[in-house]
Design a protein around this ligand. Structure first.
Ligand SMILES: [Zn+2]
Length: 369
């Protein structure tokens, strides 16, 4: 199918942009915002020459499985940066041939996927090698400007207002490694009793060990990036909670230690999907969470900082509707310092909603220098 047939919204958008932009006067350039992006499973509708400029975009984020040499070239011809999203801990199909990689719960049994969200045991060597090999392949094969880790957390469903976060992984491999690496001597007990000890008197050591294990994956991803495409950025899509939200679940449950990860990560793409996460009427939640992150990591949003914050904000209707008259406010809160970039979730479902696409385009063009 010719590309022009895939992008019917473009003709509408062209007509719209040819009109006087009455609302444009309300916005001002935000020179601190270096990235005006969109995230999509695939970039259909963005490859046609001129389409990115028209939408005010200068960056496209897409699944690493959708990256092709031709797509990268077409996007770069439009002057865009191209970033790949990379699934770390959520390749559920791996379990079909490797059932020993399934996370184990406190009862010693395989932990059912919460809300159907399947995670993987973080100490499974075969799975880790599988992800590292694919990561290297993506970076070697494509001239991308960066790669963003996605789903880099424990077996838990948190992309919603009411998360489900079972305690895992109490497989023999994880418990053995914990004992060895933290020099903790555990008694010879069955898994439920051991789990009780690990979540009780050993909790602090256990939580830190799990965080360190997830961070060590990132150390290895960084080493691969430095070997294969050192000028590419390493980003991460991560849970938007503060360290005290949900009783400290960011570390205790999800095994995300942002300060430790900062040694290896360049860009933190916090995911404040305000509507999806129970803040449908409060887009200011986006900039509050971003401000917390900046404070936590010492990121101000000034030029030439090593670390950057580029939030991914929700414009598509997922769980909750994002009305067209909220688009501007969402992008405003998403592009306030310490953020120096912003991207929209997600192109696939948004591109059919031409009114919201046009609002996004108008806003992005306004803040463009
Ligand atoms: Zn395990």
């Amino acid at each position: 199918m010719p590309l022009t047939n895939l992008i019917p919204y473009l003709s509408i958008s062209v007509a719209f942009l040819a009109m006087p932009l009455a609302t444009a006067a309300a916005g001002e350039p935000r020179p601190h915002v270096e990235i005006r992006g969109v995230y999509g499973w695939d970039p259909t509708g963005l490859l046609e020459p001129g389409s990115l400029d028209e939408l005010g975009l200068n960056a496209v984020f897409m699944s690493s499985r959708q990256v092709t040499t031709e797509r990268v070239a077409l996007l770069k011809q439009q002057g865009a940066k191209v970033y790949a999203e990379f699934n770390t801990m959520h390749v559920a199909s791996f379990l079909e041939d490797n059932p020993d990689a399934a996370p184990i719960g406190i009862d010693g049994e395989v932990s059912p996927p919460p809300h159907g969200w399947q995670g993987i045991c973080p100490s499974h060597e075969g799975y880790r090698q599988f992800r590292m090999d694919e990561f290297r392949e993506v970076l070697s094969n494509f001239e991308i400007d960066g790669i963003w880790l996605d789903y880099h957390h424990s077996h838990a469903s948190w992309e919603r207002a009411e998360p489900a976060m079972p305690d895992t992984c109490f497989c023999e491999r994880c418990i053995d490694q914990f004992e060895q690496q933290t020099k903790t001597k555990l008694p010879g007990l069955a898994t439920p009793e051991l789990a009780r000890l690990l979540l009780g008197e050993h909790k602090e050591t256990w939580v830190q060990w799990r965080c360190d294990l997830f961070t060590d994956w990132i150390r290895e991803f960084r080493a691969i990036l430095d070997e294969t495409r050192p000028r590419a950025l390493l980003g991460t899509y991560h849970c938007p909670w503060s360290d005290t939200d949900y009783d400290g679940a960011l570390r205790d449950k999800l095994a995300i230690d942002l300060k430790a990860q900062a040694e290896y990560i360049d860009v933190f793409s916090i995911m404040p999907y305000h509507a999806r996460f129970g803040h449908a009427d409060d887009p200011a939640w986006i900039s509050r969470q971003t401000a917390w992150l900046g404070q936590h990591l010492g990121i101000k949003g000034t030029p030439n900082e090593r670390h950057r914050i580029w939030p991914i904000v929700q414009l598509s209707d997922w769980g909750e509707t994002v009305p067209v008259d909220q688009v501007r406010e969402v992008l405003d809160h998403g592009s306030r310092r310490p953020a120096t970039g912003v991207m929209v979730f997600n192109w696939g479902s948004l591109r059919g909603q031409t009114d919201k696409v046009e609002e996004m385009a108008v806003y992005y063009r306004e803040i463009r220098e």
